[in-house]
Design a protein around this ligand. Structure first.
Ligand code: TMP
Length: 208
């Protein structure tokens, strides 16, 4: 689950996990940066403090240290058990925030993806899309992860474009969904996209 600030990913990830679990299969719902004790400790360094605390390259390396720990300790074992993994943000957030937004070199990010993520790529990436000023307003009311929110309106507008560009480049993996509307409406859009792309996910389907 990907997107800019305040698009409702966390709520939707939890709801999706509940619905997927209704089929009886194990579902692991997790997030980045974080998701394992070590990665959550790194998250604390990333999301708090002044904007200039880290450069975009240092941020990239911290995100990838966190991502490696999360993959090794949570995601890869869950997949090996046959669980579904629903992750609130993953590698596209680094491409968007540190790459397109911050200017960290695309070759560095691509090399880290190959070395650190390897085969553990998502089967489906849902990009929840809304105008960045609307998302920021919603995120501001929540008051979390303020360091990234403080990067400014132009930065956040670049993120939206970056997520849309990633989805356009990788249409087999990514699906862009309108994040506007109430929670139920967005949840229905997500479930429809999932049923279309991953028919095995739907407990009610002939495949399930
Ligand atoms: P969250 O608010 O969705 O929990 O994410 C925390 C912040 O971390 C959010 O502002 C986006 C940022 N982030 C990156 O900049 N790069 C990344 O790779 C990830 C996973 C998150």
């Amino acid at each position: 689950m990907e997107g800019g600030e305040g698009v409702g990913k966390s709520t939707q990830a939890r709801r999706l996990a509940e619905r997927l679990g209704a089929g009886g299969r194990e579902v692991v719902v997790t997030r980045e940066p974080g998701g394992s004790p070590g990665a959550e400790a790194i998250r604390e360094l990333l999301v708090h403090g002044p904007v200039e605390r880290w450069s975009p390259v240092s941020e990239t390396l911290l995100m990838y240290a966190a991502r490696r720990d999360h993959i090794e300790r949570v995601i890869a074992p869950a997949l090996a058990r046959g669980a579904w993994v629903v992750c609130d943000r993953f590698l596209d957030s680094t491409r968007a925030y540190q790459g397109a937004g911050g200017g960290a070199p695309a070759e560095l990010i691509a090399a880290l993806e190959r070395a650190v993520v390897g085969e553990v790529t998502p089967d489906l990436t849902l990009v929840l899309d809304m105008p960045s000023d609307q998302g920021l307003e919603r995120a501001g009311r929540r008051g979390e992860a303020a360091r990234f929110e403080a990067k400014g309106a132009a930065f956040h507008a670049r993120l939206r474009e970056a997520f849309l560009a990633i989805a356009a480049r990788e249409p087999e993996r990514c699906r862009v969904l309108d994040a506007g509307g109430d929670v139920e409406t967005v949840a229905a859009r997500i479930w429809a996209a999932l049923a279309e792309r991953l028919p095995d996910a739907d407990p009610g389907s002939a495949h399930g």
